[in-house]
Each structure stands twice: as C-alpha cells, then as structure tokens.
Design a protein around this ligand. Structure first.
Ligand code: COA
Length: 167
C-alpha cells in the first residue's frame, strides 16, 4: 500500500481472470484499439503472465499486464483511467511489477511504446527505461480523421532490474 500525491490511499494487487472485465474497462479508456475482456482473460490464464489492478480510495483506476520468462520480462500493457492520471498510479503499478519480477529472478524488463505517446514516454524515462530499438511504422493511427492511416514508430525500451531503477 502507498499514498498518491493527495494522500489518497493507493493499493496495487495481483488479480486473476475473474477481474478481466475490470481490467478491460480500464484498458478501453486508455486505447483506441482496446483488447477486450476475452483477450485479457486468456492472457491472465497464460503461464508467466501477471495482472495488476490499482485502486485509489477503493475505486479501480489502473491496470497492468506483464509476463516473465526466465530472467526477461515484458510489460504487455498499462493504463490508468483519465480521471485518475498524474497521481502516480502508473508509477506505482510499474514499481510493484518490478518488485515481483526481481523477487522471482528477473533482470531485464522491456516494453514497447509509440513514439507519439508523450505521457508514457515521460513515465518510462522517469523510471529509468532506456531505448534499445525501434520498429518503424509499427502503429497505425485510425481514431482521429486527421491522422487516419498515419504510421507511428514503436520504440523498444528496457530497464535493467539489477541496478535498482524504478524503486
Ligand atoms: C501513460 C499513463 C499510463 C500514465 O499514467 P499516470 O498514472 O497518469 O502516470 P503517473 O502519475 O504515474 O506519472 C508518473 C510520471 O510519468 C510522467 N508522466 C505521466 N503523465 C505524463 C504526461 N501527460 N506528460 C508528461 N509526463 C507524464 C511524469 O514524469 C510523471 O511524474 P510527475 O507526475 O512527478 O511529473 C496514462 O497516461 C495512460 O493510461 N495513458 C493511456 C494508455 C497508455 O498510453 N499506456 C501506455 C502504453 S505504452
């Protein structure tokens, strides 16, 4: 348990497939191409995958999915409801994931982020993630008519868990 900026109680807990609908609702508020409850439920049943739910004053506001194989781990997705942003919820979710991963032998955490995602890039930079690769044109923007069809690069970021970052 931790406290966010305004001292509201912030709780992070691992959750199983029973919570897929809750995670899916939060995911939907964060992405134009949200994954849906069935996809999230299936991921939560996949060996090595962990789901985290964040609650602010008991309201479900944030989610993360990550998986681990051996000493390598990946954040599959991460989202916080718009009304709960900038209260360190995402930061707490990643810190919680890092704690779980380091205690089970993880040494490197990777993820992919769209290069136009300013908030996420700011978050990962703050937590010590470094760029290790790029996927040109990986994301296609469809939601806004002005961006229809536009391609955005994906950037692969990595965090060395052995050096104590993100804690
Ligand atoms: C990205 C996202 C998860 C951040 O969640 P959040 O709970 O608001 O982030 P936090 O409050 O934990 O922010 C921690 C740090 O990240 C950075 N950050 C967060 N939002 C930012 C923004 N809009 N602009 C710039 N930096 C930002 C800041 O350094 C911030 O620290 P500070 O508040 O002390 O300045 C959230 O904006 C979101 O759900 N976006 C839609 C889904 C998404 O893009 N997911 C990531 C896909 S890779």
């Amino acid at each position: 348990m931790t406290k966010s900026n305004d001292q509201t109680i912030l709780q992070i807990e691992p959750v199983g497939p029973f919570y897929a609908n809750v995670l899916a609702e939060i995911h939907q508020a964060g992405f134009d191409d949200a994954w849906g409850e069935a996809v999230i439920a299936k991921l939560l049943q996949t060996k090595g995958t962990t789901g985290l739910l964040a609650r602010l004053a008991d309201d479900a506001v944030g989610m993360a999915l990550f998986w681990q194989t051996g000493d390598e781990a990946e954040i599959l997705t991460l989202a916080v409801l718009p009304q709960a942003r900038r209260q360190k919820v995402a930061q707490a979710l990643i810190e919680h994931a890092v704690n779980i991963l380091t205690s089970s032998g993880g040494t490197r955490l990777i993820l992919e982020v769209a290069t136009d995602n300013r908030a996420a890039r700011g978050l990962y930079a703050k937590l010590g993630f470094k760029s290790v690769g790029r996927r040109p044109g990986y994301y296609k923007r469809e939601a806004m008519p002005s961006l229809a069809g536009q391609r955005i690069d994906g950037e692969i970021l990595a965090l060395d868990l052995a050096d104590g970052s993100a804690k």
